[in-house]
Design a protein around this ligand. Structure first.
Ligand SMILES: C[S@@+](CC[C@H](N)C(=O)[O-])C[C@H]1O[C@@H](n2cnc3c(N)ncnc32)[C@H](O)[C@@H]1O
Length: 445
């Protein structure tokens, strides 16, 4: 197979995929690594690497059967990459024999794996011959069955006795591309007409200004993307702005704090809903603050953006209370594993408890900054109750002037919209999020 400008050879993509996978298993985020992959290779490698992460539990179990003594890391990564991609022919992006021969080619063409090309060939050919028997031997292995770490499966079983299987299955499906139409620039129906004219279908309406596309497309192909007519944002993330702002006073500009704002997806939405608002957007990560600027610039919206630690308001707060605070807290990101399938293998069982401590501290530090009668929306993109419900229930016990308003709670995907209730609110096609809307009791007259 020759390498052309349009499509790099599959063996080259497999080499790059295996090296990303190897670094991920050593603790490096795949999303960050993908940014450094040459542009020509990136789309193909991303598709392969994400597919490998979704099948990693099974691939590791199969490798352990084929090679009980673990091979050196680069060989192991390439062998497991090939197994992950070809174990289920119905999902394989290429025919299994093509994957095998290209994986062997990949091994031959690089120093770290060259000497083991024959070994990789022998393992993969044995796998193709004995596939059914080998797969049957992995039955009963939780990681192989669900392609998530054991502890993760166990925690979902505890947190969602009814829904854990559905959640794990959902996590295996590639996510849809969902758009948020900027209603300051035009109506949703008008944007649908523009999509149709561009040959991209009309999308499926989700929420007040969301459109789910039939097929993901590069953002440059979206009509008016550069002018801020539309943004890419999951349907669950699109709930933040309306939840926080609907019903808030409309006769004056609101003062809003977006406390963990980068890259600014929700900051932009808040301003699309209330362009007159005075928004302070802070994030502890200075480099990520630049992303907020870029996002707002594209949308032609403005906010005060500052690198700051939300847990230390004494360093940056001017003493004027906020009408509304959005706290999109740092979390395990366990609710967005469809988009980031590496996350499940990067997290450790203790991460949720550590993050919950940070989340509690952020809530306690920011609560005094809220005006009486004001609202705070707490959210995370974690599916674990330790970072959602449990944080909020403890906070409500400590702060009796905090009232929990009707909130989605843990959003469990995969079912029809049932409306807003306190507690879990399963609906539709979206990531897992947790939302709690808190109101500060108005000062007594
Ligand atoms: C879930 S992301 C926020 C996503 C963002 N709200 C959006 O919709 O685009 C969490 C952010 O919290 C920031 N962060 C973590 N600890 C923080 C702290 N103590 N103060 C301010 N920002 C913090 C991280 O840098 C990260 O950008």
């Amino acid at each position: 197979m020759s390498e052309t400008v349009q499509s790099p050879a599959l063996w080259r993509q497999l080499q790059c995929t295996a090296s990303l996978v190897q670094a991920t298993m050593a603790g490096k985020s795949m999303t960050g690594q993908l940014e450094a992959v040459p542009a020509l290779l990136r789309p193909g490698v991303q598709a392969l690497a994400f597919q490998v992460m979704r099948q990693w539990g099974r691939a590791r179990a199969l490798r352990a059967l084929l090679a009980p003594r673990r091979p050196p890391p680069a060989v192991d990564a390439l062998l497991c990459t090939a197994l992950a991609l070809c174990w289920d022919a119905s999902q394989a992006p290429y025919a299994p024999y093509t994957l095998v021969s290209q994986s062997v080619e990949a091994a031959r063409k690089q120093r770290q794996t060259q000497a083991q090309a024959g070994f990789i060939n022998a393992c993969l050919r044995r796998f193709l011959r004995e596939r059914d028997a080998l797969v049957a031997q992995t039955q009963g292995d939780v990681e192989a069955q669900w392609n998530h770490p054991d502890w993760w499966v166990q925690r979902l079983q505890e947190d969602y006795p009814e829904d854990w299987q559905r959640l794990l299955t959902h996590a295996q499906t590639p996510p849809p591309m969902t758009l948020r139409v900027n209603v300051q620039h035009g109506r949703v129906s008008e944007y649908q007409a523009r999509l149709r004219a561009a040959g991209l279908g009309v999308g499926r309406a989700v929420g007040p200004c969301g459109l789910q596309l039939d097929q993901p497309v590069p953002v440059q192909h979206l009509p008016g993307f550069a002018n801020g007519d539309v943004s890419v944002q999951d349907a669950a993330a699109q709930m933040a702005g309306p939840l926080l702002l609907s019903g808030m006073p409309s006769d004056r500009p609101l003062r809003i704090l977006d406390a963990c704002a980068a890259p600014g997806g929700k900051t932009g939405h808040l301003l699309e809903i209330r362009p007159d608002a005075r928004v302070l957007a802070i994030d502890i990560d200075q480099a990520r603050c630049e992303r907020i600027h870029q996002n707002l610039q594209r949308l032609s919206l403005s906010a005060e953006v500052r690198p700051a630690n939300a847990s230390a308001p004494e360093d940056w707060w001017d003493g004027e209370r906020f009408d509304a605070i959005l706290l999109d807290a740092p979390c395990t990101a366990s609710g967005i594993v469809r988009r980031h399938p590496d996350v499940r293998w990067l997290r450790r069982p203790s991460d949720s408890a550590q993050l919950a401590a940070t989340q509690r501290q952020l809530l306690e530090s920011l609560w005094p900054l809220l005006a009486p009668g004001g609202r705070m929306l707490y959210c995370t993109c974690s599916v674990f109750r330790m970072e959602g419900d449990q944080v909020i229930q403890a906070f409500l016990q400590r702060n009796t002037e905090a009232l929990l308003r009707p909130s989605p709670g843990h959003l469990v995907p995969g079912q029809a919209l049932t409306g807003l209730t306190v507690g879990d609110n399963p609906f539709g096609e979206h990531d897992c999020f947790y939302y709690a809307l808190l109101e500060k009791a108005a000062a007594p007259l």
